[in-house]
Design a protein around this ligand. Structure first.
Ligand code: ZN
Length: 252
């Protein structure tokens, strides 16, 4: 295969630069869509986790409440027994002792009752929170459900567009000498773009002035060089070509 002329290589490099810029944009869009989806799924998982944690704390509180209620029933029976015992007392001393026992039991009973009340309030609060979180989850789920189809389609479209550009890119890159294509890719990875031109000694990539000597050599013969400031592949673009090219780009 004959080596393509410098002019042909310039056209290929510029074509590559256009495709690569489009690819960057498409890939950013694809990533943005994926991130949005991942963000929603992450949020859903967090809500799920919160509901489960609250539910297990409710379960634990209910278990404790059950135990306390059981204790209350036992105490109730004990109180009945103590009252009967008091009724059967013969001496005042005996009656006083049973009375103290009764008061002690009543106090314990009241304390347990308060604990049950507190737990009931906490359970109710936790249930309200669970309901609110479940509502958020339902909203997010329906949002995900209704947008999923559209999102999947968008992702497929983007992937197809990217595939198309990739094929176009490969066809253009094939026209370039391997080493030049490799240099272009290397700089592009670092700088975002790999090729620049100069018309008046200023690099179109980094906007810095090239050394005068280097620019003059570049101007005199069709060749590629490297911008000493940004390392982009640089070539000379005559003023007229630059003007007409800019005009064409503006019009597009
Ligand atoms: Zn430069």
């Amino acid at each position: 295969m004959p080596q393509p002329s410098i002019q042909e290589q310039i056209v290929a490099l510029e074509g590559l630069a256009v495709i690569d810029a489009e690819l960057d944009e498409l890939n950013a869009k694809l990533e943005g869509q994926r991130d949005a989806l991942a963000g929603k799924k992450q949020r859903l998982a967090e809500l799920e986790e919160r509901i489960q944690a609250s539910q297990s704390s409710v379960d634990e509180m209910e278990r404790l409440k059950g135990e306390l209620i059981h204790e209350l029933r036992q105490m109730s029976l004990q109180l009945d027994k103590s009252r009967e015992k008091k009724a059967r007392c013969r001496t005042e001393r005996e009656a006083n002792a049973v009375q103290r026992e009764l008061e002690e039991l009543r106090k314990l009973f009241r304390d347990r009752e308060l604990e049950v009340e507190k737990l009931s309030a906490l359970v109710e609060q936790a249930r309200t929170e669970i309901d609110a979180t479940a509502a958020q989850r339902a909203e997010l789920l329906s949002e995900l459900g209704s947008s999923e189809g559209a999102l999947t389609q968008r992702l497929t479209e983007l992937a197809a567009e990217i595939g198309e550009r990739d094929r176009a890119r490969a066809a253009v890159a094939q026209k370039l000498p391997t080493q030049l294509a490799r240099r272009y890719d290397l700089v592009r990875k670092r700088r975002g773009s790999g090729v620049a031109h100069t018309t008046d000694g200023t690099c179109s990539g980094c906007h810095m002035a090239m050394p005068r000597q280097q620019f003059q050599v570049l101007m005199r013969q069709p060749k590629f060089d490297t911008c000493p400031h940004c390392s982009r592949i640089i070539y000379f673009k005559p003023p007229e070509a630059s003007l007409s090219a800019d005009g064409a780009t503006d019009g597009a």
